[in-house]
Structure formats: structure tokens, C-alpha cells
Design a protein around this ligand. Structure first.
Ligand code: 3HC
Length: 314
């Protein structure tokens, strides 16, 4: 009975637009859903550094190198920020990281595709970070306080990520014929995987019910995907690029760019670990984690020394 009353009060708070904070009562299912979503989001940010990190040493100019370096460093910060948000729900970061390294945790499918040319850096910033902005500006209104606040800071940086990407795209689209070919090739490879970032159709989304009921998500997968397409197609047209979808057409009545069906077989194959680069990404993370062991040990030793010094003073 007591929990029923607490659940009623919890849901009334959410309906009233209040933020739920770490020390507030929350249904176990709400806490579990948030741990699932926030930890996967954090993993996505960390793994997401790999495709772009691959091009830092090969950037075409110092300016491009500095910009890409700043973006990849931002993603690391987003990951750490989100692991902190997950820890407010009582989970241990080390445990989350181990789940990722053991291949037991999900991260965004988009990061399991190879980055074949420099043009991919522009298209990732434009499409992938563009999709992330559509999703994350919605999450900045989530009912869980720490997650919503993390999104506000992250969205500011994502906007820089998208703008620097689109500037690369526009430059190459207006460059030599070879540059235009490269950028169009990158759009052809990244367009559909970017649409997959928003998840399965609402009808195939087992988590959306809880997440929408408790206002973690305030817009559905399909709704956000459509918003992304509506925003992005005019940007492609503006720089003379073609979206690789013969079914794409503008509906004057709804104001939507209607698009073709996503290859859900590909989507679920990538989500279940059988995408083009899943193994490489996990291997790279495992190697980086192993190589970073000495840094963690040094930080722990330093923290221990500080604790001993403070105890001595106290
Ligand atoms: N990649 C991998 N797994 C995916 C996925 C994707 N693109 N889309 C859905 N899934 C998984 C879900 O995790 C769920 O599996 P689970 O129950 O085992 O966790 C299953 O497929 C069914 O999907 P649902 O729609 O039921 O899941 P959600 O309601 O959680 O919706 C989501 C999926 C839209 C990705 C949602 O989790 C979300 O908005 N997450 C937060 C944002 C996020 O993680 N973005 C990832 C990109 S981060 C990024 O882009 C970094 C930027 O700097 C570039």
C-alpha cells in the first residue's frame, strides 16, 4: 500500500513538471531504466571517440586538426559527465565500464561503421552530432534532474560539433570534383545509420512506454527521427548534396520530408554486435583500458596519500 501511495505521489510530481533528484523516492523500474539509458549513452560517447580519433593524425590542416582534437576531447568529457549522472543512481562506474569491455553493454550502433576518408569527419559532425542534438535537446527536459542538467551542458558543445562538421561538408561540396565525390560518398554511407540512431519504430520500442510515461523521453523515436530528417534534408540541398533515398519526397500538407524504410535487419545485426566494426571498437576500448591501468593506479595512490594526510591533520 505504502509503495502505491508513493508511486501516485511520484507520478503526480512528474505530471507537475518537477525534477526527480537522486535522494527522492522513485520506482525501482524508473531507476533501472535510467541506469540502462544513461550508461549506454555514456558508453556511446566514449566509443564514439574512436571513429574520429582515427583521423586526428591525418587532418588536412592544423586548423582542422585542432578542431577535431577539441571535438574528440569533448566526447570524452560527455562520457565522464554521463557516468557521473549514472552513479547518482547508485551504480558503480567500474562495473559499467566492465560491462562495456565484456561486450555486455550496448552503445549507439552508429559508432560501428568505419571512417574511410576525411569527408567522414564532416559528415559525422553534421549528421551524427546533428541527430544527437535532436535527441539530446529532448532529453534536456527529462524528468530525472542529473540527466537533464548533463544534457544542457552537452548540447552546447554538440552545437559546435555539428557546425564544424557542416563547415567541412560545405567546403568539400563546393571544392574540387574529387572532394565533392568524397563528401557525397560519405553521405551515402552515413545517412541511413544516422536514422538508426533514433532506435526502432515506436511500435517495436519496448522501453518507450515507461520512458514516455515517466517523461524521461518526451518525444518518441519516430517523432525525433522525422524532426531530424526535416532539419537535415534542406541542409543537404543547400550544398548540392543528394540524400541516398529514392523515396524521399516533401509533403506540402504535413511539412514532412517523407522517407523510405530503414533496413531493420542491418540495424539489429549492428545492435547485436555484428556490425562492420563492432569487434574493432571493443578491441580498441579493451586495449586503451589496459594501457590506462597505470594512470588509474597513480590516481588511486595519490587519493590514498591525500586521505592519509587529511586524517593526520584531523
Ligand atoms: N544503437 C544501439 N542500441 C539501440 C539503438 C541504437 N541506435 N536504438 C535502440 N537500441 C536498443 C535499446 O538500447 C534497447 O535495448 P535494451 O533494452 O537492451 O537497452 C532496444 O534497442 C530497443 O530500443 P528502445 O527504443 O526500446 O530503447 P530506448 O527507448 O532506450 O530508445 C534510444 C533508444 C533512442 C537510443 C534511447 O536509449 C536514447 O535516447 N538514449 C540516450 C541518447 C543516446 O544514447 N544516444 C546515443 C548516441 S550518443 C552520441 O551521439 C554522441 C554524440 O557526441 C555524437
Amino acid at each position: 500500500m505504502e509503495d502505491a501511495a508513493k508511486l501516485q505521489e511520484f507520478e503526480a510530481r512528474i505530471e507537475a513538471g518537477e525534477k526527480i533528484e537522486p535522494k527522492d523516492w522513485m520506482p525501482e523500474k524508473y531507476r533501472k531504466q535510467l541506469i540502462r539509458m544513461i550508461s549506454q549513452h555514456a558508453h556511446s560517447e566514449i566509443v564514439g571517440m574512436l571513429p574520429e580519433g582515427n583521423w586526428i593524425t591525418r587532418a588536412p590542416s592544423l586548423k582542422r586538426k585542432l578542431t577535431l582534437l577539441a571535438k574528440v576531447q569533448d566526447e570524452a568529457g560527455h562520457g565522464l559527465y554521463l557516468y557521473c549522472a549514472a552513479e547518482t543512481l547508485g551504480v558503480d562506474r567500474q562495473e559499467l565500464v566492465e560491462q562495456l569491455l565484456e561486450g555486455k553493454a550496448k552503445y549507439s550502433s552508429i559508432f560501428n561503421y568505419p571512417t574511410l576518408t576525411w569527408a567522414d569527419m564532416g559528415v559525422i559532425g553534421w549528421l551524427v552530432d546533428g541527430a544527437a542534438i535532436v535527441n539530446q535537446t529532448m532529453l534536456a527536459k527529462a524528468s530525472y534532474g542529473p540527466y537533464a542538467r548533463a544534457m544542457i551542458r552537452i548540447c552546447k558543445e554538440e552545437n559546435f560539433h555539428k557546425r564544424q562538421g557542416y563547415e567541412i561538408v560545405a567546403t568539400m561540396a563546393n571544392g574540387t570534383p574529387e572532394q565533392k565525390r568524397m563528401i557525397q560518398d560519405a553521405v551515402n554511407r552515413w545517412w541511413w545509420p544516422s536514422l538508426m540512431m533514433f532506435g526502432p519504430h515506436d511500435s517495436d520500442s519496448p522501453n518507450s512506454g515507461d520512458l514516455m510515461k515517466w517523461k524521461v523521453k518526451t518525444r518518441s523515436n519516430d517523432d525525433l527521427r522525422q524532426r531530424f530528417v526535416n532539419l537535415t534534408v534542406p541542409q543537404a540541398i543547400a550544398v548540392g548534396l543528394t540524400i541516398p533515398d529514392p523515396a524521399l519526397k516533401y509533403n506540402e500538407e504535413t511539412g514532412n520530408w517523407e522517407f523510405g524504410e530503414i533496413d531493420w535487419e542491418e540495424f539489429w545485426a549492428v545492435v547485436s554486435g555484428n556490425g562492420p566494426y563492432n569487434r574493432e571498437r571493443l578491441e580498441a576500448r579493451r586495449q586503451a583500458h589496459a594501457e590506462g591501468e597505470w594512470v588509474r593506479k597513480a590516481a588511486e595512490a595519490y587519493a590514498e596519500k591525500q586521505r592519509l594526510r587529511e586524517n593526520k591533520v584531523a
